[in-house]
Write a protein that binds this ligand. Structure first.
Ligand SMILES: Cc1cc2nc3c(=O)[nH]c(=O)nc-3n(C[C@H](O)[C@H](O)[C@H](O)COP(=O)(O)O)c2cc1C
Length: 410
């Protein structure tokens, strides 16, 4: 089930994915995705220190189990900027979903809508904002803006997203230039599928452009005045994406931001910047509930979502995992990834007596510096190897029954 766009293979799948955890999708996706495309998604910048720490730093915080909570059936529905959602897990904006699937962002939007999750489109989407909106007309969605140096381009974008019913703008301020992403240089990566807004503005497809070339077309100089101007011109709420300290949260709110998005772009910009989960408590204290907070970078577990909510986030974004889901299962694959993380979250809610997402935001988190972070776990894809098969470790079928317990038959 592969379609070729000018020779580039795109998945055409639409099927649920069985998984034990979302990490395992990384290896699976390599089997159907060209190397340059895979590394464009998977890699971080320079030595990938920040990319690695985004996930491992969740271990700096621990969820305290609660007893005698007299509670069952936790519910994950929540609200964000007046939008009703079935889960606090959001689709973070990612460029060029056509790398993963023939139906690109249209397929992702369908999967997100089926899971009741908030979707966001990148300025560098392959599909038009109208096509994406038509895929799930009632579903809530936001638009991510790479501000252009050319305000006529910006105006065209604002008109289109307003008409298409987008509910707000994520203004990306942490990627004024691309981080030094060695994998893209090594594989000579260029966008293989045209990007809608570039095609419609200039006729130039954006296809065949390198990541650095695309960034060069957007503004390197963005200040508080731009936040005000975008709000005024678009008439939409503006959330500043890429806030990593309290000072910048104050600055953004002072400029009229309607929300703060704590992210380090998934470790793709400054390598050596802190993991975002370590920055969240300081920023949440500075924001002090004046505006909502979106958080992302490194989220791979329901427990990571739980910790981010408990440390001050209102919505928690995922990036790479849903793109792997898109490649491996199309719309249903995206839904599978969101459901997997949500189900893990529900387990932690039950075990901490949190009936609602509001309860999770008040859950008890410990901050104890353990030192076992780098020990491999049984669930790590690097550690899971084929289980040895011996005469002694096989379960024997008894009578007609296939029912076995305690271990698997090979
Ligand atoms: C392949 C890829 C492309 C991305 N494209 C964009 C983009 O166009 N605009 C943007 O604001 N962020 C972009 N991001 C950053 C994501 O919005 C998000 O912050 C990040 O993926 C979260 O980290 P995670 O992948 O570890 O979950 C991109 C990330 C990846 C992995």
């Amino acid at each position: 089930m592969t379609y070729y766009y000018e020779g580039f293979p795109q998945s055409e799948r639409d099927e649920y994915i069985k998984m034990v955890n979302v990490d395992q999708l990384e290896e699976e996706v390599k089997k159907i995705m060209p190397e340059g495309a895979y590394y464009y998604i998977a890699s971080g910048s320079e030595n990938e220190w920040t990319w690695r720490n985004n996930t491992t730093a969740f271990n700096h915080y621990q969820i305290v189990p609660r007893a005698l909570t007299d509670m069952d059936d936790p519910q994950t529905d929540t609200e964000f900027l007046g939008m009703k959602l079935k889960t606090p897990i959001m689709i973070s904006p990612i460029a060029c979903h056509g790398i993963a699937h023939k139906d690109a962002e249209v397929a992702t939007q369908k999967g997100a809508a089926a899971a009741g999750a908030l979707f966001s489109s990148s300025t560098y989407a392959n599909k038009s904002v109208e096509e994406i909106a038509a895929a799930a007309p009632e579903a809530p969605r936001l638009f991510q803006l790479y501000l252009s140096k050319d305000w006529k381009f910006n105006e065209m974008v604002f008109d289109a997203i307003k008409k298409a019913g987008y509910k707000g703008i994520l203004l990306t301020v942490d990627a004024l230039v691309s981080g030094y992403r060695e994998a893209n240089i090594r594989t000579k990566f260029t966008y293989p599928v045209p990007l809608d807004f570039f095609t419609r503005y200039s006729g130039a497809k954006g296809q065949g452009q390198s990541v650095a070339q695309m960034y060069a077309a957007s503004a390197q100089k963005i200040g508080p005045e731009d936040v005000r101007r975008i709000k005024e011109m678009s008439g939409l709420p503006v959330i500043v994406k890429g806030v990593c300290c309290a000072e910048d949260a104050y600055k953004a709110i002072g400029a009229g931001a309607d929300g703060i998005y704590v992210t380090n772009h998934g470790g793709r910009e400054i390598d050596g910047s802190p993991a975002t989960i370590d920055l969240l408590p300081e920023i949440a204290a500075a924001v002090n509930h004046r505006v909502p907070i979106i958080f992302d970078s490194g989220v791979r577990r329901g427990s990571h979502v739980f910790k981010a909510l408990a440390l001050g986030a209102d919505i928690v974004g995922i990036g790479r995992p849903y793109l792997y889901g898109l490649a491996l299962g199309g719309p249903k694959g995206v839904e599978s990834v969101l459901n997997q993380l949500n189900e893990e979250l529900v387990i932690d809610m039950q075990l901490t007596g949190c009936k609602t997402i509001e309860d999770v935001k008040h859950a008890k988190i410990a901050h104890i510096p353990y030192t076992a972070d780098n020990l491999p776990s049984n669930t790590s894809p690097a550690v899971v190897k084929p289980y040895p098969k011996t005469d002694e470790n096989q379960i024997k079928t008894v009578g007609d029954s296939d029912a076995v317990s305690g271990a698997s038959k090979h």
